[in-house]
Ligand binder design. Sequence first.
Ligand code: UDP
Length: 239
Amino acid sequence: FNDMAKYKRILLKLSGESLMGEKQYGIDEKRLSEYAEQIKEIHAMGVEIGIVIGGGNIFRGLSGANKGFDRVKGDQMGMLATVINSLALSSALGSAGVKSHVLTAVRMEPIGEFYSKWKAIECMEKGEVVILSAGTGNPFFTTDTGSSLRGIEIEADVMLKGTRVDGIYTADPEKDKTATKFTEITYDEIYHRGLKVMDLTATTMCKENNLPIIVFDMDTPGNLKKVMEGEAIGTLVHN
Ligand code: UDP
């Protein structure tokens, strides 16, 4: 373990939507390989890496329900979408020369091995990136909650939430030009200000289990490494 890295073990959350890159749907190979390169950079620092990816670029149970799909089946479709994204990332990591292992919250061997905390830690200790797919395995949850849960389970030092915005703002910076960015914020202040960082279930799990989050812009190459080097480029959320 290289002491250049601020954290020994991380849980990286990537949204499915960000995998679309410039596209309207699905996976942009260019974005995917950019992410793989960024992950490779911090892997080379000796960091133990767990990753949770969303599925919003393919299917979301809630939007499906609004179009008449059964919510539980829609959520299952969403969970399968996260498996598709996880396999794509695993493949891109392989092309970049980084070994990874996809675990699934629902049994579907041989696509991925069934998740357990110990299996995930074993992979990371062997130097593999571990991709924790299918969210929590349950409907009515999100991958943000999945990543809070997995981050806590695998005893990550921090959850890194890679987004297209460079942190948490007083208001949506894409809509309100007067919005200002927080360098640091407490969980209580997020509730108090009604900020939409993650859904409340995910936020509460992190708060109650004392898992800090860093929200940062993952779409700029090199940023993941900067976060690992302790540069304050995003927003740190803590108790
Ligand atoms: N999902 C679920 N349970 C989970 C995680 C995800 O049912 O534990 C479903 C849910 O339908 C969700 C979809 O998978 O909408 C995709 O995940 P999410 O919306 O979190 O993806 P993101 O917004 O990060 O792309």
